[in-house]
Structure formats: C-alpha cells, structure tokens
Design a protein around this ligand. Structure first.
Ligand code: FMN
Length: 167
C-alpha cells in the first residue's frame, strides 16, 4: 500500500503521553504541513499558536472540558481562523494536516474541539488572539506513552458507507 494511505490508517487519537518534549523543528514542520491544506478561494484564513509552556498547557487543560489530557501533552497547537464564510472547513482541513504530519513524525496527537465550545472566549483571551478570530481546534501533541495509548475505535465498513451513483 502507498505510504500516505498507510499513514492515514495508522493515525489514532492519542491521549496518553510520555514526559518528553518535541523538538521545535518538528513542531515547525507540523505547522508548515498545515499551511498546505486546501482553503476556499485560497483564503488561508488561519493562524497557529504553539504552546509548550507547562503552565499554559495546564490552563488549557482546565478550560477544555474533554481535553484534560492537555496537561500531560508536550505541546498544543491552537488553530485559529479569521471569520470568513468557510473558516470552519478551512481550519478543519489544516487540523487534519497537523494530525497527519504529527503521525508521520512519530508524534501522537488528538483533536480537541474548539469552534462551538463554550470555552472558546476563554481560550481566545488566554492566547491573546485578535478580536473576531475563531478557535477551530486545539491539537494535543506528544510521544505516545505505550501501546495502551493507541485506542482502536471501530471504523465503519467501507461497503456499508460507499454508494456508487446513488444511495
Ligand atoms: C471535530 C472534532 C472534535 C473532537 N474533539 C475531541 C475532544 O474534545 N476530546 C477528545 O478527546 N477527542 C476529540 N476528538 C477526537 C475523536 O474523539 C476521535 O477522532 C474519534 O474518537 C475517532 O478516533 P481516532 O481519531 O483514533 O480515529 C475530536 C475529533 C473531531 C474531528
């Protein structure tokens, strides 16, 4: 199987991390991959905030209701977008690139919801985002703790969800 297709299957949401920092060059490579995602009208409405300081990761963990594991992550990338018509789609495409680039570098990741969550204004304030910016996602990053960090969520069967020409 082609390398990229293998990588897509390998990616899993990781929520248990080793106490080991990620080289800044790898974090930069991950954000670099994000900027190649497609965007409506090539708007590229995004900004990425990299968080590695423990106290800030802890604060984010306290805010994100389903992201308490952020306090054990080595880093977090907060994906923000300017409020364009397609900001959510654009920001989600960038978030997918982040998850896949991390996987390619042997770094575990988990998407934590941003947009629509009640904690968005607090995260926006904590990270000093300019007014009007939307928080699309927070991505927790770190080296997976061990095999048990890899959940194997059941994926729907190809035959069940694929329809040729019509339902
Ligand atoms: C929009 C979105 C929001 C998510 N938010 C959270 C979250 O807040 N906390 C979390 O632990 N996982 C979150 N996830 C990760 C999903 O739970 C995960 O992708 C799903 O269970 C499938 O597992 P997999 O990523 O290993 O394939 C989110 C994923 C998406 C796409």
């Amino acid at each position: 199987m082609n390398d990229l297709l293998k990588l897509l299957r390998k990616r899993r949401s990781i929520r248990k991390f080793q106490d080991k920092s990620i080289p800044e060059s790898d974090l930069e490579s991950i954000v670099d991959a994000a900027r190649f995602a497609p965007t409506a009208r090539n708007a590229q409405p995004w900004e990425f905030v990299l968080i590695i300081k423990k106290n800030k990761l802890r604060e984010l963990a306290g805010l994100a209701e389903n992201g308490s594991f952020l306090d054990e992550a080595a880093a977090c990338i907060a994906v923000f977008c300017v409020d364009t018509k397609y900001y959510l789609e654009d920001g989600c495409a960038a978030t997918c690139n982040i998850l896949l680039a991390a996987t390619a570098l042997g770094i575990g990741s988990c998407w934590i919801a941003g947009d629509k969550k009640p904690y968005c204004p607090q995260v926006i304030k904590l990270l000093n985002a300019p007014s009007g910016m939307k928080l699309v996602s927070l991505v927790a990053l770190g080296y997976p703790q061990d095999r048990s960090a890899f959940n194997e969520p059941v994926k729907r069967n190809l035959k069940e969800l694929m329809h040729w020409e019509k339902f």
